[in-house]
Design a binder for this molecule. Structure first.
Ligand code: ATP
Ligand code: MG
Length: 353
């Protein structure tokens, strides 16, 4: 039973972005999952957006880190400190977070120890109860799919560090595949390409800008150009070059192959009735990587199943996590416990690691 004044939160603790949803208020926080640290003292200099602005522009004494890697906590202390900062930002001077109940999203296929670590980060901050929930399930609830019904719903979540494909029915995950590739690996592919082809070193931020501005999952009709600046590998001096959308398109193939392979494996392992539902109803595409130009069309072409881009691809996991409590009481509880439901560890992931 909920206490009278208990507040409900959903937290999407992602490799790139952290979002907090509060029941009744919607998304109350959206910040990059980034911390800037002083190397000599180990003290934190900045969190979130402030730290993100420092990426690639730090003096020798300052380091900017992502405390999560591939969707799981890599630095527990920094993740705790960052969440503490974010929570104090939204709660002001009253410590009402203490009486709250928090659903926090985790990638599917992670170990119980990793799951427990995420729950503990929130419990550390004084929440009355924290429960980990699988990201694709949260995304499906957030996007309003009929998660509790005996109907197959497929979710493809392309995040910064991970991409997950899950088939959901009757409130639980039936099959799930997770690859350790996402938007950040596309950025790295772009950095490698520019270095090899133009002898130019560019930073993570520039690579991300290229991806957001001119990258496309389908052959671009008009060849857009973008001017970028980097450091010449030979001369060591700053240099400007122009890069085109067609050449970026060519290098992203490898990434799409691994996503399509994950979807194919998930379909292959799905019970036929549920696979039939997916054929008819289509696939929900979400996560920040889903915003890549033409990705929905490309996946639809390759798999032959309708692919629908979520209305707010970056928000739906936090929304779903926040709504989990009422949803669980109504529907999910009848069938399964989502916190303990075992999921398949991806063969695709095993192959890529
Ligand atoms: N318009 C866009 N086009 C292409 N990629 C985008 C766009 N907007 C954001 N992204 C990418 O989306 C990724 C972040 O997505 P998201 O916030 O869903 O990841 P995350 O939840 O933090 O990571 P994960 O789920 O893997 O832990 C980044 O790599 C970012 O560059
Ligand atoms: Mg995510």
């Amino acid at each position: 039973m909920l206490k009278r004044f208990e507040k409900l939160f959903g937290v999407d603790l992602g490799t790139c972005n952290t979002l907090i949803y509060q029941e009744g208020n919607g998304i109350v926080l959206q910040e990059p999952t980034v911390v800037a640290i002083r190397k000599d003292t180990g003290e934190v200099e900045a969190f979130g957006a402030e730290a993100y602005a420092m990426i690639g522009r730090t003096p020798a004494n300052l380091e900017v880190i992502y405390p999560l890697k591939d969707g799981v906590i890599a630095n527990f202390d920094m993740t705790t400190a960052m969440l503490k900062h974010f929570i104090s930002k939204i709660q002001g001077k009253y410590n009402w977070f203490r009486s709250s109940q928090v659903y926090i999203s985790v990638p599917c296929g992670i170990t119980n120890v990793q799951k427990r670590a995420v729950e503990e980060v929130i419990a550390h901050k004084g929440a009355r109860r924290s429960i980990a929930i699988e990201e694709p399930l949260a995304a499906a609830i957030g996007a309003g799919l009929p998660v509790g019904e005996p109907i197959g719903s497929m979710v493809v979540d392309i995040g910064g560090g991970t991409s997950q494909v899950a088939l959901i029915s009757l409130g639980g995950i039936v099959v799930c595949h997770c690859v350790r590739r996402g938007g950040m690996s596309i950025d790295q592919d772009i950095i490698e390409y520019v270095k090899k082809k133009y002898n130019l070193v560019i930073g993570d931020r520039t690579a991300e800008e290229i991806k957001k501005n001119i990258a496309s999952a389908v052959m671009p009709e008009d060849d857009k150009q973008m001017d970028i600046r980097g450091r010449d590998l030979v001369e060591g001096l700053p240099k400007n070059i122009s890069i085109t959308s067609r050449e970026i398109y060519e290098i992203l193939d490898d990434f799409f192959v691994s996503i399509v392979e994950s979807i194919r494996l998930t379909m292959e392992q799905s019970p036929p009735e549920l696979a039939g539902d997916v054929m008819e109803r289509g696939i929900l595409l979400c996560g920040g990587g889903a915003l890549l130009h033409g990705l929905d069309r490309r996946l639809q072409q390759e798999i032959g199943v309708p692919v629908h881009l979520a209305e707010n691809p970056m928000d739906c996991i936090a929304h779903g996590a926040g709504k989990m409590m009422s949803y669980k009481a109504e529907v999910l509880g009848k069938y399964s416990s989502t916190e303990t439901k075992p999921v398949n560890v991806s063969e695709a992931d095993a192959m890529s690691s």
